[in-house]
Design a protein around this ligand. Structure first.
Ligand code: MRU
Length: 337
C-alpha cells in the first residue's frame, strides 16, 4: 500500500504518531480531518503534505453540493485557506494547493465535471510523487559506493512521501543495486522521526541501520564512521536548503570532515522565487521539548525555543538529487537567476 491513497471518496493513510508500535490507519472523508492530521503530524514529510493537501481538496470537491462551478471554487478556496494554516514551512503543501486551485479556476466545464477533474488532478500529484521518488532513487544510487556508511536525519522515506522516499529512496535503490551499505540514523529530537520511523522503514527492507542521538554526529564523523550524508528537504530556496532542525549542524560537521552532503528532493520542493529570509520556520509547541512522552522533564519556568526546521546555506551542499538528475554546485548558481 502507498502511504496515502484515495479510495472512492475516502483518504486512507497511516497515523505516523503511533509508529513503530502500532499500525493505525486513518480513514478521512473531510478536508478538516486531513488538516487536523497534518497539524498533529499524523501526516508529515514534505512530499506527503503535498499529496495530502491535494486529496483534501479532492474531498471538498467530491462531497460538495455546489451546482455552479463558481460556488465549488469558493468552497475549494475556503479549504485551501484552512490547509495553508496547518504547517508553514514545507513548500509542497502550498505547491499542491496552488496547482489544484489554478487548474480549477482555468477549467471551463460545469461543476460536476470539475469535481472529476480535481479528483484526477490530486491523483496525478500522488502518482507523480511516487514516480519522482523512483527516479531520485536511481539517480542518487550512482553517488553511493558499496561499503558506504550513510548518515541520514529525520525521516525522508516512504512514510514522508507517497511511496519509496527521497533520501531513503536513494539508500533503497543503492541497496537494490547490490551495494552493501549501512545507515546511521539520527534520532531527531524532539519528535523522533529518525528513531521511530527511519529505523522502522529500513529494518522492514533489511538495510542495516544504527541509531544515534543527534549530539553524536560530531563523534561519529571524527571517528570516520560516516562516508556520506543524505537528507531530504522541506523547501529548497535560492540560497539554502530548509530541512528538519539539526540538518544545518550536520552539514557544517560534514564540511569540516570533508564528507559529501547530499540533498534528495522532488522539484515540488523547489521554491526558487524565494530566499531563506522570506520563509517562515515553523515554531512548535514548547511541550515537545519540556516533556518526554507525558513526563515533564524541566521546571515550569523554563523558556523554550522549538523551531521545527533550520536553514543550510547551499555552500554546504555537495549536490541535490531530483527527478531530473543530479544538480551540482555550478547548477545552484542558476537558482538565483
Ligand atoms: O516535521 P516533519 O516530520 O514533517 O519534517 C520532515 C522533514 O524534515 C523531512 O526531512 C522532509 O520533509 C523531507 S521528507 C522526504
Amino acid at each position: 500500500m502507498r502511504t496515502i491513497e484515495w479510495r472512492n471518496g475516502t483518504v486512507i493513510t497511516i497515523d505516523q504518531t503511533k509508529l513503530p508500535h502500532e499500525t493505525v490507519f486513518l480513514e478521512m472523508k473531510t478536508s478538516n480531518e486531513v488538516a487536523e492530521a497534518i497539524k498533529t503530524m499524523k501526516i508529515r514529510g514534505a512530499p506527503l503534505l503535498g499529496a495530502a493537501a491535494a486529496y483534501a481538496l479532492a474531498l471538498t470537491a467530491y462531497y460538495s453540493e455546489a451546482k455552479e462551478r463558481e460556488e465549488l471554487i469558493k468552497e475549494l478556496e475556503r479549504t485551501a485557506e484552512i490547509l495553508r494554516g496547518t504547517r508553514p514551512t514545507a513548500v509542497n503543501l502550498f505547491w499542491a494547493i496552488d496547482r489544484i486551485l489554478s487548474k480549477a479556476i482555468a477549467f471551463s466545464g460545469n461543476a460536476k465535471d470539475l469535481v472529476a477533474f480535481i479528483v484526477e488532478e490530486a491523483q496525478k500529484i500522488a502518482d507523480e510523487d511516487a514516480e519522482a521518488n523512483r527516479l531520485i532513487g536511481n539517480y542518487g544510487a550512482e553517488l553511493i559506493c558499496g561499503g558506504d556508511v550513510i548518515l541520514t536525519h529525520c525521516n525522508a522515506g516512504a512514510l514522508a512521501t507517497v511511496e519509496y522516499g527521497t533520501a531513503l529512496g536513494v539508500i533503497k535503490a543503492a541497496w537494490d543495486h547490490g551495494k552493501k551499505i549501512r545507515v546511521i540514523a539520527t534520532e531527531t529530537r524532539p519528535k523522533l522521526q529518525g528513531a521511530r520511523l527511519t529505523t522502522y522503514e529500513l529494518k522492514r527492507v533489511g538495510i542495516p541501520v544504527t541509531l544515534i542521538t543527534d549530539n553524536m554526529v560530531g563523534y561519529a564523523m571524527r571517528q570516520q564512521l560516516v562516508d556520506k550524508v543524505i537528507v531530504g528537504a522541506d523547501r529548497i530556496v535560492q540560497d539554502a536548503v530548509i530541512n528538519k532542525i539539526g540538518t544545518f549542524t550536520i552539514a557544517v560537521l560534514a564540511k569540516e570532515h570533508k564528507i559529501p552532503f547530499y540533498v534528495a528532493a522532488p522539484k515540488s520542493t523547489f521554491d526558487l522565487i524565494h530566499n531563506s529570509a522570506e520563509v517562515t520556520i515553523e515554531e512548535r509547541n514548547p511541550e515537545e521539548i519540556t516533556h518526554i512522552g507525558s513526563q515533564r522533564i524541566v521546571t515550569e519556568d523554563v523558556e523554550v525555543l522549538n523551531p521545527a526546521f533550520d536553514i543550510t546555506p547551499l555552500k554546504y551542499v555537495s549536490a541535490i538529487i531530483c527527478e531530473s538528475g543530479i544538480l551540482y554546485k555550478k547548477e545552484f548558481v542558476k537558482f538565483k537567476a
